[in-house]
Each structure stands twice: as structure tokens, then as C-alpha cells.
Design a protein around this ligand. Structure first.
Ligand code: PMP
Length: 393
């Protein structure tokens, strides 16, 4: 039996309403969520198989097709964060024993390799130090050597701030009968990306970055070529939850008239996701790409004029959504991020995976991508460099 004292402790804990402060979310994600999108998520919960929800899901599908610039019928949102879309792509496209190639220039290629390994596939990697990227010749050489069924590449490497060029890679993959999988969690909506034109077979993103929706849904799309491989597998995918044939039915992508219960779709997250796609459509994709680029250039110039250095040297390889700054010499980066949080109520972050200790990362995505916010970050950084400890050596 529960003692009266323990009951009282629980009661006291929950009798106080929880408070969440407003914060400037200028790290690599999540981004701030505008009221309009938050309010959309506050609509009533109704059944995940009710016709109104199917209509909302159908709108989401069109919105993702627009955002990805694709005509793919197999387009949906996974109920989960970016990682669930990564696993959805890999678990469906790869069978145990098959060969996979991942490009590692930061943490995301490492994670994709790890996921692939976990399902018993054979993984090969091409690796370059943080801040680097691959030439098409290097990629072709690895494709011809390892003959993978899938090649993974992060378009926006948020751990290093690199925007990877994509031109011609889809064609190379297809020359070697390999599917091209692209992670655009940190890039999509903030920089040009044409799924069909680039011959990308599987593309996914997240809800919480450029889209400014809460974390928890992950748009994903599969080309006809990817669907052919996936739907003709010899073995079932290891995950029931992420099995594309089930998801395709739930999202009305399999041409069947009736939909069968698979899992309870997070309906309120769908409302927010739909609203965030509506915001993107209203602004226009092209305008969003241009705004992010202009704001990023303004930011980069401001950083350089303060004497800070950008981690990614070639201008064209700088991600306009997430900027990496060389960790200022003589400072403890943790003190800088903590100072800025405490004094300016603003989140920026340090490195991740292979970039830990090397960089500070600032994300200005979706509604956060504005010159006024750049000025706020620059002022916070100036203040931090003035007040944080600097070693003399
Ligand atoms: N890929 C990239 C490029 C990312 O930036 C992130 C999120 N930081 C992810 C994948 C994983 O997304 P999530 O945290 O939503 O699972």
C-alpha cells in the first residue's frame, strides 16, 4: 500500500502547474514554434482513422511533395523524430547481408552506418574529417568498389555545418544499381533541394527545424525505384512499426480502398505539421531558400567582422540553416554557451560527435531566420567573449 506520506509528496509535486519559459531557440534544433503552429496543435483530439484526419494526412502528403519537389506517390510522415525516418529508410530499403555505403563527414553518416550494422547488413564507409565533403569521383570509386544497394549522404551535416553538393550523385548511384538516400533534416526548406531532378530515391526531413513544428513527425518520400526494391523484399523489415507496406496503407499510398489500423497516428502533431507546411507554401519555397541564404550571408559577414572564423571554408559548402563557428581560441566553449543561455535566454550549442570541442553551432531556421535574430546572436556572442574567461596561453 502507498503510504500517506508518499501520496502527499506526489500530490505536492503535481499540484504546482509546470512552467516552460520562452527561449530563443537558435541552436541546431528544435527551432521556435510560432503561435499559429502551436495553436493548430491545440485542436481537439479525434480518431486517427476519422475522415477529417485522413484529409489532413492527404494535405500533409501534398505539402511534403511540394517541399521535396517530388511527384512520388509514396510520400508520408513517420510518427517519430528524424531518427525514425532514418531507420524507416534503412530498415525498409536494406535486407540483412546486403552491402551499404555511407558517407561519413560528421555524425549523421556514423549513425546511418550504425543503424545499418544493427540489421546485419555489410557497411562500408567513405570518411573525411569534419568540415569536409566528397567529390563525385570519390563517391563513384567507392560505389564501384563496394557495389552497395544503398548509398547514404547527409545533405545538411548539422554537426559540421556542411552543405553537401548533390548534383550528379543520383545518376552515379543508378549507374551502379544503387539507391540514393539523402538526409535533409537540417537543410530541407532552407536551401534548394529537388528530389526528382536529383534522382534521390529516399529523402527525409524533420518537423522541428525549418518547418518550425514541434519535434515528433518526420516527412519521408520514396521513389518508384525504391518502392520496387522494398516491396519485392525476400525478408520482412525488422521493424513492424516502420514497415513501409503498413505505413503506405495508413497514409493511403497503396491504392487500397480501406485502411487498416497500424498504429495510433499522433493527430495533434499532424495538425501542427500541416500548419507548418501551409506556412511554407504561403511564403513559397523559393522565397524561403533565398531568405535563409541572405540571412546566413549577413550572419557570416557579421561573425567575420567580429574576428570569429567560420569552420567551413568554401562558401558554397556552408549550410545556410546551421552555421559552425571555429571554437574561439582560449575559451571554454561550454562557458560561452552557458553564459549566453543564462544572460541572453538564447540557445546556441557546441559541436556534436566528431565536431565536439571544435565548433559553436548556431541554427537560424524557418521563422528564426531573420537579420534581427542575427543581430541578437552577434550581440550575445560579443558579450560572451567579453565576459567569459580567456586563458593567456
Ligand atoms: N539528421 C540530421 C542532419 C539532423 O540534424 C538531425 C537532428 N539534429 C537528425 C538527423 C535526427 O533528428 P531527430 O533529432 O529529430 O531524431
Amino acid at each position: 500500500r502507498q503510504s500517506g506520506c508518499a501520496q502527499l509528496t506526489f500530490y505536492l509535486t503535481f499540484s504546482v502547474a509546470f512552467l516552460v519559459p520562452y527561449r530563443h531557440m537558435f541552436g541546431p534544433g528544435p527551432s521556435n514554434v510560432p503561435l499559429r503552429i502551436l495553436e493548430a496543435g491545440a485542436n481537439p483530439v479525434i480518431g486517427h482513422m476519422h475522415p477529417e484526419i485522413f484529409k489532413i494526412m492527404s494535405d500533409i502528403k501534398s505539402g511534403i511533395q511540394y517541399m521535396f519537389q517530388t511527384q512520388n506517390n509514396m510520400t508520408l510522415a513517420v510518427s517519430g523524430t528524424g531518427h525514425s525516418a532514418m531507420e524507416c529508410a534503412i530498415f525498409n530499403a536494406v535486407e540483412p547481408g546486403e552491402s551499404v555505403l555511407t558517407a561519413v563527414n560528421g555524425i549523421w553518416g556514423e549513425r546511418a552506418a550504425e543503424m545499418t550494422e544493427r540489421i546485419g547488413a555489410r557497411v562500408n564507409t567513405i570518411v573525411t574529417p569534419p568540415g569536409g565533403f566528397f567529390t563525385n569521383a570519390e563517391i563513384e570509386q567507392a560505389l564501384s568498389k563496394h557495389r552497395p544497394v544503398l548509398f547514404f549522404l547527409a545533405h545538411g551535416e548539422s554537426s559540421t555545418g556542411v552543405l553537401h553538393p548533390l548534383e550528379g550523385i543520383g545518376q552515379l548511384c543508378h549507374k551502379y544499381n544503387c539507391l540514393f538516400l539523402v538526409d535533409s533534416v537540417a537543410s530541407c526548406g532552407g536551401t534548394p533541394l529537388y528530389m526528382d531532378q536529383l534522382e534521390i530515391d529516399i529523402l527525409y526531413t524533420g518537423s522541428q527545424k525549418v518547418l518550425n513544428a514541434p519535434p515528433g513527425t518526420a516527412p519521408i518520400s520514396f521513389s518508384e525505384r525504391a518502392c520496387q526494391k522494398i516491396l519485392n523484399r525476400r525478408t520482412k523489415p525488422v521493424s513492424f512499426f516502420l514497415d513501409l507496406s503498413w505505413l503506405a496503407n495508413y497514409w493511403g499510398c497503396d491504392g487500397k480502398l480501406s485502411r487498416v489500423y497500424h498504429h495510433t497516428g499522433p493527430v495533434t502533431a499532424f495538425y501542427s505539421l500541416r500548419e507548418s507546411l501551409a506556412v511554407l507554401v504561403e511564403e513559397g519555397l523559393q522565397n524561403s531558400w533565398e531568405r535563409h541564404q541572405e540571412v546566413a550571408e549577413y550572419f557570416h559577414a557579421g561573425l567575420e567582422s567580429m574576428g570569429l572564423k567560420l569552420f567551413v571554408k568554401p562558401k558554397e559548402a556552408r549550410l545556410p540553416t546551421v552555421t559552425t563557428i571555429v571554437a574561439p581560441h582560449g575559451y571554454d566553449w561550454k562557458e560561452i554557451t552557458a553564459y549566453i543561455m543564462k544572460t541572453h535566454n538564447l540557445e546556441i550549442s557546441g559541436g556534436l560527435g566528431p565536431s565536439v570541442g571544435l565548433v559553436l553551432r548556431v541554427g537560424l531556421m524557418g521563422c528564426n531566420s531573420s537579420k534581427a535574430n542575427v543581430d541578437m546572436v552577434l550581440a550575445a556572442l560579443k558579450d560572451a567573449l567579453k565576459h567569459c574567461h580567456k586563458s593567456k596561453v
